[in-house]
Design a protein. Structure first.
Length: 343
């Protein structure tokens, strides 16, 4: 294992996970003057495992929010088209009633009608709907169409407001996740830095991504089946950086669920973006039936890797690390396996 590089990566990953854990209300080690006694290696290892669990779950929640934001932004574009169409219909109906009925309305002395028929606010028209119908005479159908168009426009306007509010909320949520990542990095780095080199090596060797290799490795197997195509794609991503929320391509990075989604997409199969969606939507198979291309879900459904055969998985472990090929039996993975999925 490349100790120097590995130490740097695990420190960055643990630091970021520490920020997420702190947001969840869990304590972190103190590192200032007068702090508690230096934690033991076992305590540090337990905390790192806890941090990893929190990190994975918040990372997948971030992915969910990102997907929701993307969907909401797409919906907003559709609503804007609907709004334009509904507004055009409303204006046309308003003009029709105004042109043909103005004289009749004036004869009744209903001076407020003129304002209603020139208002761009559909709620004003709807509020005066009874008056308009009463004065419409033989123009009932025309006036009813105006009220129908006003109601439709009002509904689209309200949907647009709700969509815009939802987008604002999701952006705030994503910004809060990102902002939290940087706050306590130095605190957790100091915790690891306080250990001796042998102690640090012990912690690293039992953490997610340990004993893996990110060195480029050519896939030499067949690419006949969809699973084989997904595996070939995963091999091509070895060495690509882990990026929180990343879905590729390589220079933009992957997170764990983004990597497996992209691998299966390359094989022509669409799977959910985040691990929770994958766990809910994809068929479950027993570990004894594990086949290359299957997805291994870990850590309370918070992490995922793709099995590539021969006892190995390819995974995007955590921030500060690269996509790696790792023995399936590596302790963190073996200890945190939830189940196997087959796209």
């Amino acid at each position: 294992m490349r100790l120097a590089g590995g130490m740097s990566r695990i420190r960055r990953g643990v630091a970021i996970a520490s920020a997420l854990l702190a947001v969840g209300g869990l304590a972190v080690f103190a590192s200032g003057a007068g702090a508690a006694p230096q934690p033991t290696v076992d305590q540090v290892q337990a905390r790192i495992n806890q941090l990893t669990s929190q990190y994975d779950k918040v990372s997948e929640q971030y992915d969910q929010a990102s997907q929701q934001l993307s969907a909401a932004q797409s919906r907003l574009s559709q609503v804007r088209v609907h709004l334009n169409h509904a507004n055009q219909q409303f204006r046309a109906a308003q003009d029709n009633v105004a042109q043909t009925a103005a004289a009749a309305f004036e004869d009744t002395g209903a001076t407020s009608v003129a304002g209603v028929l020139t208002s761009g606010d559909p709620s004003v028209v709807l509020q005066q709907g009874s008056l308009l119908m009463e004065l419409s005479g033989n123009r009932t159908a025309m006036t009813q169409q105006l009220l129908t168009d006003a109601s439709q426009l009002q509904g689209v306007e309200q949907e647009m407001q709700r969509t815009e509010a939802g987008i604002a909320g999701l952006k705030t949520q994503l910004a809060a996740h990102k902002a939290s990542l940087g706050k306590l990095i130095d605190t957790e780095k100091a915790t690891l830095d306080g250990l001796t080199v042998p102690q640090q090596q012990t912690v690293v060797s039992n953490s997610i991504g340990a004993n893996g290799s990110s060195a480029p490795q050519q896939y030499t197997g067949p690419t006949t089946t969809q699973a084989e195509k997904a595996i070939a794609f995963a091999y091509d991503q070895l060495g690509c950086p882990y990026v929180y929320g990343g879905t590729g391509p390589c220079h933009l990075g992957f997170d764990c669920s983004g990597l497996v989604q992209a691998a299966w997409a390359a094989a022509g199969v669409q799977i959910p973006r985040d691990t929770y969606g994958q766990w809910a939507a994809l068929p479950h198979v027993p570990l004894s039936s594990l086949e290359p291309g299957d997805l291994l879900i870990y850590n309370g459904e918070g992490h995922v890797a793709i099995y590539v055969g021969g006892g190995y998985i390819i995974d995007a472990p955590q921030t500060g690390m690269d996509v790696e090929k790792i023995p399936e039996s590596t302790p963190w993975y073996a200890d945190n396996l939830d189940g196997v999925l087959r796209p």
